[in-house]
Write a protein that binds this ligand. Structure first.
Ligand SMILES: [Zn+2]
Length: 308
């Protein structure tokens, strides 16, 4: 799932590309009544949804947690949550009406945009400069909604989000974690406690902080919590600089991969050697990266330097 660095990359890029343009039309293959995972999530009344967005001018694109928010003229807000495998692309597509053709929606832009991962197009916003903003989403869990800004902001999707870890001071961060109970990895990924961190970056942060993913937050020392704060910022900022991690489906709005997956330390590195070296000695930790299940997800950690 795209996490804070990936969503930050997409929203920043989009904010350079689409403000000032108008939404001319909207296409989707969404069909009301089809269940979750068989459809992207849209309001059942597509006609009403279109009325909220068509002819509106795009004012600004930004992020809250993992949500992409697009301010539209007339006090409207468009919310897109990319969920598991969704990502937004700016390009040009044509919809093939011929059933024998394999691709229903075909990219007219060459290069990375032709990559398979960018070809699961389920929604297209037609823009006034002839370009399009499209959602590619293999698993079809992404969510799109629009309406009056104050009403959308009052929905649990946004209202219940915890603060952004990059906007917190050390003191605020430690105070928030001090109020929690449970396994630290799950706490870091809980969007109502902190917004934006998911499976990849929680593993990476805990590896740097040398804390086991199952460690109980209420038993961690203040020094531990300060370390988690330090590495949360370090890891997220590093990943933003590298334009995210493209381990699975995430791509930037031009269809290009991010660079963080190449330098990731533990996430999906089960069986590999821990990359930690003792400073100055060049000696490796020699621990092996392990994977354990946690609430339906996987945690990756070094069995030697992240002891429970
Ligand atoms: Zn290690």
């Amino acid at each position: 799932m795209p996490e804070l660095p990936e969503v930050e990359t997409i929203s920043k890029d989009l904010n350079k590309k689409i403000p000032g343009l108008k939404i001319r039309d909207f296409w989707t293959d969404f069909k009301a009544g089809k269940g979750l995972g068989k459809n992207i999530q849209l309001p059942p009344d597509i006609g009403k949804f279109k009325k909220e967005i068509i002819s509106r001018k795009i004012l600004k694109v930004y992020r809250k947690g993992k949500n992409i928010l697009i301010d539209l003229s007339g006090g409207k807000l468009l919310l897109i949550h990319q969920k598991m495998t969704g990502h937004l692309l700016v390009g040009k597509w044509q919809i093939n009406k011929v059933k024998s053709l394999k691709l229903k929606v075909q990219s007219l832009v060459s290069g990375e945009m032709q990559e398979k991962v960018n070809n699961y197009i389920h929604a297209i916003f037609y823009l006034s400069n002839g370009r399009q903003l499209a959602l590619s989403d293999l698993r079809k869990f992404a969510k799109i909604m629009a309406g009056d800004k104050d009403k959308i902001e009052a929905l649990p999707d946004l209202k219940n989000l915890g603060p952004d870890p990059l906007e917190l001071t050390e003191k605020e961060f430690v105070e928030i974690l001090n109020k929690q109970k449970g396994k630290i990895k799950q706490i870091l990924m809980d969007q109502e406690i902190l917004s934006g961190i998911g499976n990849i970056y929680s593993d990476e942060i805990l590896w740097f902080a040398k804390i086991h993913p199952f460690a109980r937050v209420e038993k961690l020392s203040n020094k531990n919590l300060k370390n988690i704060y330090k590495y949360t910022r370090q890891v997220l900022k590093e990943a933003i600089k590298l334009r995210g991690a493209s381990i699975s489906d995430y791509r930037d709005p031009e269809g290009k991969s991010g660079g963080y997956d190449k330098i990731r330390r533990v996430y999906r590195r089960e069986g590999e050697k821990c990359p930690l070296t003792s400073l100055g000695t060049g000696l490796y930790c020699n621990g092996i990266i392990k994977r354990i299940k946690i609430g339906g997800r996987s945690a990756h950690f070094c069995s030697k330097c992240q002891k429970l």
